[in-house]
Design a protein. Structure first.
Length: 217
């Protein structure tokens, strides 16, 4: 059997087809066979050479989206024209306003049935996003006087755990009303730390994403 000379192209093709089907049908209704049918002649073996299961494909799709998000976060982190609190506010605004968020909430995987995906989200939150993108911004804010805390590392983790996990309706299946109440508590919590970074426009956008998720269930 000839060796695949372009494995990266094959992986990207699988991920592109899978993501499109996740969007059109939802994760639960997408099958490996359905993905194969749109791969232009690739066999089931070609898929299983790169991915052990549909769940692994979903994780890879999610990681690809996270990588794009992390590049956006790095761009804000490295700006020289903003202080710490301004960067933090921009991170929140850009993160929830990206059109890809609509796609993510439309796909709406069931985290209760996908523990690997939940672990991947937790790992990215604590091991990647918090220390590499949020913590440096908080530390800059401490230096320039726009943020006050004695525990920057823990604050960075708390902010992202609340935003990515506790407020995530895909994990806790929160209703729109319950999600709104969580958003308000999150806003009040940040203000308690002197972080006035969530405005009404952002709250409205968070409600919109929750509504997208509820309609896709």
């Amino acid at each position: 059997m000839a060796r695949n000379k372009h494995p990266e192209e094959t992986v990207n093709l699988i991920l592109d087809v899978a993501f499109r089907q996740f969007m059109e049908k939802g994760y639960e209704q997408t099958s490996i066979q359905g993905i194969i049918n749109e791969l232009g002649g690739l066999s089931k073996g070609a898929i299983y050479h790169h991915f052990k299961s549909k769940e692994d494909i979903l994780i890879a799709v999610t990681e690809k989206i996270m990588a794009e998000s992390n590049r956006m976060l790095a761009g804000i982190r490295d700006r020289t024209d903003l202080n710490g609190i301004e960067k933090l506010k921009m991170i929140f605004k850009k993160s929830i306003s990206r059109p890809v968020q609509n796609d993510i909430f439309t796909v709406a995987p069931d985290f209760h049935k996908n523990p690997k995906l939940l672990f991947s989200l937790l790992h990215d939150t604590i091991e990647e996003a918090a220390p590499n993108y949020i913590l440096p911004v908080i530390e800059q804010g401490i230096s320039d006087g726009s943020i006050k805390t004695d525990y920057p590392k823990q604050l960075a983790e708390l902010i992202l755990l609340a935003a990515n996990i506790w407020m995530n309706p895909m994990i806790f299946a929160s209703s729109e009303e319950d999600s709104f109440r969580k958003f308000m508590v999150f806003q009040q919590m940040l203000q308690g730390f002197g972080l006035y970074v969530i405005d009404d426009e952002m709250l409205q956008r968070l409600q919109e994403l929750t509504s997208i998720y509820q309609k896709s269930r």
